[in-house]
Design a protein around this ligand. Sequence first.
Ligand code: NAP
Ligand code: GDD
Length: 325
Amino acid sequence: MKSALITGITGQDGSYLAQLLLNKGYKVFGLFPRRSTDSTWRLEFLNIKDDVEFIDGDVTDLASILKALKVSKATEVYNLAAQSFVGTSWEQPILTANVTGTGVVNVLEAIRIFDPSIKFYQASTSEMFGLIQEEMQSEKTPFYPRSPYGVAKLYGHWITVNYRESFDLHASSGILFNHESPLRGIEFVTRKVTDAVARIKLGKQQELRLGNIDAKRDWGFAGDYVEAMWLMLQQEKADDYVIATGETTTVRDMCNIAFNHVNLNPEDHIVIDPKFYRPAEVDVLLGNPEKAKNALGWNASTSLNELITMMVEADMHRVKKEFGI
Ligand code: NAP
Ligand code: GDD
């Protein structure tokens, strides 16, 4: 039986990836950072919490990663752990650098020391393109990060490339554009919107306060995107791939889909609050997934309409449960 180790297993992607790997017959281990409250709600939602094995550890602690490699005997390591919220990265830039940046070299060092034949996936991001240098961003587009998070991720990306070139590690970097799901954290804009729409529809909230609704993102479904991570590690040679839908939409239009789904008028509820503006914004992201399509046979198969509708429905269900409606 193949073994895989996932860092960030309790996050959105970690949970979907664990489910995918379990379905493929893997033994799945998760590096589990100590938290004072339970952080396993996503694994419970997918009904797989008891099917994965947790190993106490943190990506800022090299010794714990080495132990996790030894205990799990993993042949594939997926490094998804991060302080992943862009807004928070201005409030906690050093923590973001330590976890999202230096955390990557800790995992790579552990692999290099323990067993360099282990295949490695790094969760890189379209946020690295930041102030975009090309209308459609591909693997060849120069980077220009605009947040402490983007800067930390850029280090993670290049150190992955460097370990591949220096030590011949099978280390791949997936440059994933925004991907969402009913398991998305509530602080990210899609989930903030779908949760608010459900509460407004059910009479539990009146307004939705947002920042820059002219920003454009290339949004896909997380369930589709974890498949691409796995595909990258099945290739003979490690490489870097953009994973995206190839379509971009404003936050405003994404809101329209959510509100329209439950017959509400967004203009009656959305309030612009400068508190949610960022010190430096990424105005637009649009990915070119051609390479992934050709080399991995990967395609985004969920439309933004389907995705947002799925999220509104899940939040309607949750809010009804919360209030016993
Ligand atoms: P997420 O929901 O925020 O999950 C992040 C995970 O990292 C959580 O399990 C978190 O655990 C864990 N973590 C945080 N600090 C850690 C530490 N010091 N040691 C070990 N684990 C730690 O993020 P996601 O949306 O699933 O994204 C997964 C990865 O892909 C992240 O690296 C993210 O930056 C990257 N990415 C995401 C997107 C996207 O649109 N979702 C796009 C491109 C790249 P706790 O919850 O206990 O803190
Ligand atoms: N979160 C949030 N809250 N964003 C808002 C709001 C708001 O109230 N109002 C407008 N926005 C805008 C942000 O300014 C940004 O332009 C856009 O909505 C998307 O914000 P997020 O959903 O927070 O995502 P992100 O694009 O900053 O970052 C996500 O995607 C990256 C990939 O491009 C995260 O998942 C990152 O971890 C990931 O790397």
